[in-house]
Design a protein around this ligand. Sequence first.
Ligand code: G3I
Length: 340
Amino acid sequence: MRSSPRSGRRRLPALALLAAAVLALPQAAAAAPATAQADTLGAQAALSGRYFGAAVAAGRLGDSTYAGIVDREFSSVTAENEMKWDTLEPSRGSFNFGPGDRIADRALARGQKVRGHTLVWHSQLPGWVNSTRDANTLRTVMNNHITTVMNHYRGKIHSWDVVNEAFADGGSGGLRGSVFRDVLGDGFLEEAFRTARQADPSAKLCYNDYNIENWTDAKTQGVYRMVRDFKARGVPIDCVGLQSHFGTGGPPASFQTTISSFAALGVDVQLTELDIEGASQAAYSSAVRACMNVARCTGITVWGVRDSDSWRTGQNPLLFDNGGNKKPAYHSVMSVLGGA
Ligand code: G3I
């Protein structure tokens, strides 16, 4: 991290201008004065109290270009697949923490934070869970998974996606069908969050989903109603993860409204899986600006490092090209974060 080089003679007027600008800005943006500059995404985001992370795949960490970017640029990592149920508990009661530990321990040793992704999700779920149709058994299985995994990583994870993608696409605004919903009913969500709080009180507990970025969508409204209900009844929830997988146009016009509306319920908001088809500078700028403009939007994670690492094959949605070079969108993001 370095300060902007400025002569003493220019400093006074610059500070006066800055003071005026700060008064006119919302709280979060005010925490990142335009003169503050850092050399990396993580360091730059830290100047406004935010993290900037990436999804990391254990199998790629042997690639020195990949690992070099991860270590240099990001202040938080999310295991792209290694903390999902099918990897962590492939058969009942038999836990495999190796790949997840590799990512978490490596990050923590370098001073990076770790996001936990994800405890309860209908996908990447082993067959033995899907075929558990007795409610008491499934409740025990779900709670044991949450408790065992969170105990293992206790104190190491800043935020856990406790439940992922539980809401249905389309106009219903309700939950999607899944073994959890079908066998346990809608109450599985509340039970998962209550169990999670007991297992690791130091971790922020998030609900994470995609296509909840456009404020008026039924799915967004359904999640909003759930969070409002949880807060009203004292069900523990600390954050909402907006995955933010966008097409070429980037975020919808209402994106900041969505972020600020969730934040107004008393939860943090995190952009948890940001990637944008084509990675235009305007689209990335607009996504990051929306977060910067809301004090409780506390961090951003991009879903991969280089385009060649992305799950969206051929769409070039990330901040680094296949050779590991910074793309134009990288510089736009730095600029919106308040950097060079
Ligand atoms: O590990 C096996 C490998 O052994 C096998 O040879 C290979 C053959 O297909 O598959 C490998 O597993 C793949 C795994 O990624 C690891 O590379 C799976 O097939 C593949 O389905 C899996 O895709 C992941 C996807 O979630 C699964 O739903 C993506 O990497 C991952 O980026 C993606 O991430 C999700 C978030 O968790 C939730 N939100 C949406 C996001 C994008 O889909």
